[in-house]
Design a protein around this ligand. Sequence first.
Ligand code: FO1
Length: 306
Amino acid sequence: MIVILTGGTGGAKLVQGLSLEIDPKELIIVCNTGDDFITYGLHVSPDLDTITYTLAGIHDPSKGWGIKDDTFTVLEWLGKYGGETWFRLGDRDLATHIRRSALMRQGRSLSQVTARIRKSLGIEAVILPMSDDRVETRVITPRGEISFQDFFVKTRCADEVEAVLFAGVENSRPAPGVIEAIREANGVILCPSNPVTSIGPILAVPGVRTALRESRAPVIGVSPIIGGAPVSGPAHKLMAAMGMEVSALGVAKAYADFLSTLLIATEDGNLAGGIRELGINSSATSIRLDSIMDRRRVAHEVLALL
Ligand code: FO1
């Protein structure tokens, strides 16, 4: 059994490759929920949904989020009534949010609802939120504290970042099954997701980091940084704001207390010595995940390292 820790868009590419290289029944995927927010009274869980849609084969590969061929009629009409439209919720995607929110209002937990949705879509891999408790990633900017979606989507990462915090994390508990999965795993994989806002919140849930440190299974990471620049998204801005070096070495340092091996880009091969000094092995290869073939190949290499 393999446990995968992931965020949304970047991580989903490796998750897709892994699901094609190994029996999906052997995968337990733990997703970041720090990006979750409420809009129009609906609970939006972007990373859970990106992983779910990817494994169901209904994701939109061009946008990296949402459902392929979705339409935006409801959003258009909300706009006509003066509603906010900066967060592009598609019509089909809205069905997920309506169903999730209705079940949660009836008292179901986020992990129970996530299980129902993935089973409805025929997904065999287990998908778990990092926590059933509300943890909210907040970005501290010169104009004040804003939500992650406000930073990421509404203002397109334009704000200067002073710090990032995970509101509510201290009192959160790992979702049922998360710690047990890490303890019993034959291997743990950290996707090439943003170390601050995708993997960071998962590691901040009390008990998760300790379980990784104590795990007897190898923990393999794939670097989200190639040659000093993130493969996608604002990782550089967020890592720099948190005092991290924006490189595969910086990523290795962030995970140094539990990582066995970091898969890095061929062009970052010169960082292997520094990573080695942290007590972490590294393996340099092409880690771009653009095509399905790339995703399968990198997944295969990660599984071989395990
Ligand atoms: N990302 C955007 O850049 N613009 C959007 O309008 C947008 C809508 C959206 C709707 C549903 C969903 O599940 C995700 C959505 N995302 C959108 C992606 C998402 O918010 C981010 O990629 C993640 O939070 C970062 O992992």
